[in-house]
Design a protein around this ligand. Structure first.
Ligand code: SAM
Length: 351
């Protein structure tokens, strides 16, 4: 408990006092260079400069089909993603942002009425709450009350990651989606790296080893967690790079669905076919489920049982036709990410 409080204090100081804009960051870890989807650009143009200047995300974790959804942004900072989510969710949607740093939440709260007005809403649909993401109940988030949980470069900063993912599991509705961007390490990091306040603040020291993340999720009932995209992180600061030694880091966007009765720990073949019928905003010609499933509009694709469930038993079901059920099993399904999927997303530092 004491160790958790210490990390929380260090992170609060980093984001509440040390950094004033994203230009103050020392690495490209908490600095998104992922291209902004075209349909987000007009929304971003409506947001206040102060919110845009203090964006510290490492990706663009806003999935499609948010209309009317209740969205929860973990570690919302000054609210950039939460405001974009509010625009995408429309006047019938709700967006809750939780952050433990008062200085961050204060900025988001101060701008929410003006942003709602710019979006043409009669009242704000956002609610920014001070709290830790390890204890969402304390922030008033009820069981099975959220359609989509998003988060941008935050979960690495949480000292008790199991508590965070347990809370995510609790608050998501059945069929709900977890969609987040974060920093991952290619190995378990030394205690020295994990205890360095600058490396932690820069979203590197607390980065999870990908295989440990998979194990943690499996323990909590998330048997098939998909990587949507990833890019390498460049640590240009020589002193920080030296402390990190041979460890390397990627920023990944991750997607998983709360479908514990349907998702199996391996991809199984039931002979099912899924067809994306179009209609998702920003996905006119194709929908990318993950780094090895790009559904072209109207093109039938043989899928495993898990992928079929992801596009049928969730809010994406309205945009897909799935042929076949699980009545006949044909064995294991060959379902692997393409080896070039990491290469396709290569980038360089931007801060
Ligand atoms: C790298 S910034 C990202 C902020 C925002 N998502 C964005 O994209 O601009 C990390 C944010 O997470 C918040 N944070 C870190 N650990 C947290 C925790 N355990 N509970 C709540 N907020 C946390 C920090 O206060 C900070 O605002």
């Amino acid at each position: 408990m004491e160790a958790t409080a210490t990390v929380h204090d260090q992170v609060r100081t980093y984001y509440g006092e040390t950094l004033t804009t994203s230009a103050d960051l020392k690495t490209s870890a908490c600095c998104s260079e992922e291209s902004v989807p075209d349909h987000h650009k007009p929304i971003l143009s409506l947001l206040p400069d102060e919110v845009l200047r203090t964006f510290y995300g490492c990706g663009s974790p806003l999935p499609p089909a948010l209309d009317g959804c209740t969205v929860l942004d973990l570690g919302c900072g000054t609210g950039r993603d939460a405001f974009v989510a509010a625009a995408l969710a429309g006047p019938a949607g709700r967006v809750i942002g939780v952050d433990m740093t008062e200085a961050q939440i204060e900025v988001a709260q101060r701008h929410e009425a003006a942003v709602a007005e710019s979006l043409g809403f009669s009242a704000p649909t956002t609610s920014f709450r001070l709290g830790t993401i390890e204890d969402l109940a304390a922030a008033g988030i009820e069981d099975a009350s959220v359609d989509v949980v998003i988060s941008n470069c935050v979960l690495n900063l949480a000292p008790d990651k199991e508590a965070v993912f347990r809370e995510i599991t609790r608050v998501l509705k059945p069929g709900g989606e977890l969609y987040f961007s974060d920093v991952f390490a290619d190995r378990r990091l030394s205690a020295e790296v994990q205890g360095d306040p600058v490396l932690v603040g820069e979203c590197l020291g607390g980065a999870m080893y990908g295989e440990d993340f998979r194990r943690l999720m499996a323990r909590l009932g998330w048997a098939d967690v998909r990587t949507v995209s990833q890019r390498p992180i460049v640590v240009e600061d020589a002193a920080l790079a030296d402390k990190l030694g041979n460890a390397s880091f990627t920023s990944r966007t991750i997607r998983a669905f709360k479908l514990p009765d349907l998702i199996e720990d391996r991809c199984e073949d039931y002979g099912q076919v899924a067809i994306y019928r179009g209609g998702l905003v920003g996905q006119r010609h194709a929908f990318r489920l993950d780094d090895h499933h790009l559904f072209e509009k109207d093109r039938p694709m043989l899928v495993c049982g898990n992928s079929a469930a992801m596009v049928q038993a969730t809010r994406y079901g309205a945009y897909f036709e799935v042929i076949g059920d699980r009545s006949t099993h044909f064995g294991l399904f060959d379902c692997e990410p393409a080896p070039e999927s990491v290469e396709a997303d290569r980038g360089t530092g931007c801060c």
